[in-house]
Design a protein around this ligand. Sequence first.
Ligand code: GDD
Ligand code: MG
Length: 359
Amino acid sequence: MNAVILAGGKGTRLRPLTLNTPKPIVPILTRPFLALQIELLKKTGIDNIVLSLSYQPRRIEELFGDGSSLGVKIHYTMEPEPLGTAGAVKNAEALIAGRTVVFNGDVLSDLDLGAVLKQHEETGAKATIVLTPVENPTAYGLVETEDDGRVRQFLEKPSYDEITCNTINAGVYILERETLDRIPEGKSYSFERGFFPSLLKDNIPFYAYVHRGYWIDIGTPEKYLRVHRDILSRALPFEGFSPNAGGTYVDPTATVESGAKIQGPGYIGEGALVKAGAHLEPFAVVGPNCRIESGAVVGNSVLWSNVRIGTEARVRGALIGRSAHIGHRSILEGGIVLGDKSVLTDYSRVTALELDSDG
Ligand code: GDD
Ligand code: MG
């Protein structure tokens, strides 16, 4: 069977991290995001995968090649101009045969895809959509269902007064080949605003599968940090995260000097150095070859590779891109996102300051 992964979005909400690294391959601990989705497909026996790209496609192609390193076959489509979610699948039509699984390229879950396929067979659906319950559906596609699981209504990005239930589109679909005939060729068309409403209008068998396990869209800084917290706290199983008794994974090639204080859960990547007197608070992800100097405090943050945190600096609630340098005694606190190669001079303060209202 085939799968198409929609990975053409610009990742604007994750800027500046996504300026040099397209969202589909931002690292989750150290693995490029799409590798996790590809693994889920492979586990379900789906090894013919189309990556539908638009933004920085070469970077992604260079990383995965023909897929042989992951044990699958990967093909690529590239849209000079984004064709929308359904238009992107239409654009890949020549590369797919028969039933197709479609993934939004930014959702992570412990979905049992085999069970979704089984239900799809049993109901005789032409299209099946995976739903998941969330607290606030306004950022998603709201999906109402009948008692027998048929979809009744699809409403993308509902306003507060349009919320009638808590199940949303989890960004995973199974489509019978013939439904692709409904997608216009060569123009922008979306599943959410065009294709799904049209299935309902024409009374095509369109069913929902409700997933009640783990699910997240990694497309915002808050969610990106949350995924790491969930992996470290083991709410989301992650292959290769094998922490020590204190809850921290320390790569065998990393150096933690004696006199460094490490409070788990946490992650210390390949070749990283944590100096004596440094303090890692819970939920610190220290990427490959980072250097945490003496007296520095890092907690609840994700540092990509080669980041240097200067002596006595304090970093909490931050996402920091590759090769950034945070100067001595700097303070970064609360929802901070810094791009690759950022340099903060000594004594910088990047925090939500409470300013006097009269200025
Ligand atoms: N190839 C291609 N071309 N891919 C695209 C395009 C396009 O024109 N537009 C979006 N994508 C990809 C994005 O890269 C992303 O992986 C996926 O399609 C969904 O786009 P987002 O921009 O992340 O949409 P969203 O998060 O606001 O909403 C979508 O996902 C929600 C679940 O996370 C919708 O499908 C919602 O209904 C859904 O609830
Ligand atoms: Mg998204």
